[in-house]
Design a protein around this ligand. Structure first.
Ligand SMILES: Nc1ncnc2c1ncn2[C@@H]1O[C@H](COP(=O)(O)OP(=O)(O)O)[C@@H](O)[C@H]1O
Ligand SMILES: [Mg+2]
Length: 334
């Protein structure tokens, strides 16, 4: 179990002034600015959960991950990973965790990938038998054999990410931290990485905490998400609840014979409100899209009303995209 208790992180850095004169002034003045990157965050994560830690750029995601992994010490509060304070007992903690930072590699650049793995096997004291079992599993889910003998610097970004993920799992850690694991990858590789994460979680009950900007990662992997904004936690719950709470807006798109007849429907008769159904037309004037809140009117009422006035040839119901919900939360908070 991971416990994060009222954790904050402040960065103090020299105050900067613009220009060369400013740089000198900054050097001499000794003035400091304090940035609160993480602001009093608490949560608990149970074994075997996959949690998406999301937020816009600069929200404090990486800083939180760094505190959970013990790379950074919190200014206030405490993290406990299976009862161990990661920044105080870094070695104990290291045995239990795997970490991947999407933007940089933990592998030895000039060595063949296979040698990085051999070194990590020694560092983590993995027995030959375990190593064999582990490598065969990792090879299955990540396809490492394809490029196992090549120097890391010659790998493509996708191959490098698969290699990094594999390397972080060589000692079968209980917790896996992934900071932007799919950043910059094409769809095929993304899918591979996601499948691998799912499989590792199912097979070994590995707890996974991942930060991502990729809505696909969240939808495919995370049953729970924590959203942070300017260092503060603003949501913690299931994806379904987030969608149910914030995703009541729907669209019905229809190809109809007489658009003008749809345009003249008075929806307020049904909903009791003005502007409760907002209409958009496509350029050719053949399709009409109706936007509404599911709390005001049911999809079936929309379709029924349309069919009463004209012939409906095709219907498509569009739920709000998760991306839109998340954007909404970023913009307005909760
Ligand atoms: N070492 C540091 N020194 C000063 N400020 C930092 C440092 N690391 C991060 N920050 C600041 O803390 C905030 C949160 O950063 P970060 O955790 O990297 O955000 P995220 O990963 O969500 O994009 C940002 O405003 C960033 O500029
Ligand atoms: Mg980050």
């Amino acid at each position: 179990m991971i416990e994060v208790n009222h954790v904050s992180k402040e960065f103090v850095s020299p105050k900067k002034y613009p220009g060369l004169k400013g740089a000198i002034k900054g050097l001499l003045s000794n003035e400091k600015v304090t940035k609160v990157a993480v602001d009093d965050i608490s949560f608990k994560i149970n074994d075997g959960e996959i949690v998406g830690y999301i937020g816009s750029n600069g929200a404090g995601k990486s800083t939180t991950i760094k505190m959970m992994t013990g790379i950074l010490n919190p200014t206030k509060g405490e993290c406990l990973v299976n009862g161990v304070n990661p920044s105080k007992k870094r070695m104990d903690n290291a045995k239990n965790i795997g970490v991947v930072f999407g933007q940089r590699t933990q592998l030895w650049w000039d060595l063949p990938l296979s040698e990085s793995f051999t070194i990590l096997k020694e560092i983590y004291d993995v027995s030959d038998e375990e190593y064999k079992e582990r490598m065969s599993f990792l090879n299955d889910v990540l396809g490492l054999a394809e490029f196992f003998d090549r120097p890391v610097r010659t790998l493509s970004l996708g191959q490098r990410m698969r290699a990094d993920l594999g390397a972080s799992l060589i000692h079968n850690p209980k917790v896996l931290y992934l900071d932007e694991p799919t950043i910059g990858l094409d769809l095929v590789v993304k899918d591979k990485i996601r499948d691998a994460i799912k499989e590792i979680n199912e097979r070994y009950n590995t707890t996974v905490i991942l930060t991502t900007h990729d809505i696909g990662d969240i939808e495919e992997l995370c049953s729970r998400i924590i959203i942070i904004d300017q260092g503060k936690k603003i949501y913690d719950g299931t994806l379904d609840k987030l969608k149910r709470t914030y995703g009541t807006c729907k669209k019905v798109s229809m190809a109809v014979k007489h658009i003008d007849r749809i345009e003249s429907i008075d929806w307020s008769v049904i909903t009791g409100k003005a502007d409760s159904v907002v209409l958009e037309k496509d350029d050719e004037g053949k399709k009409v899209t109706l936007n509404f809140d599911n709390n005001d009117i049911e999809v079936s009422d929309i379709i029924h009303a349309a069919m009463e006035v004209t012939m409906v040839k095709d219907i498509e119901i569009i739920e709000t995209e998760l991306a839109d919900i998340v954007k909404e939360i970023y913009n307005h908070g909760l």
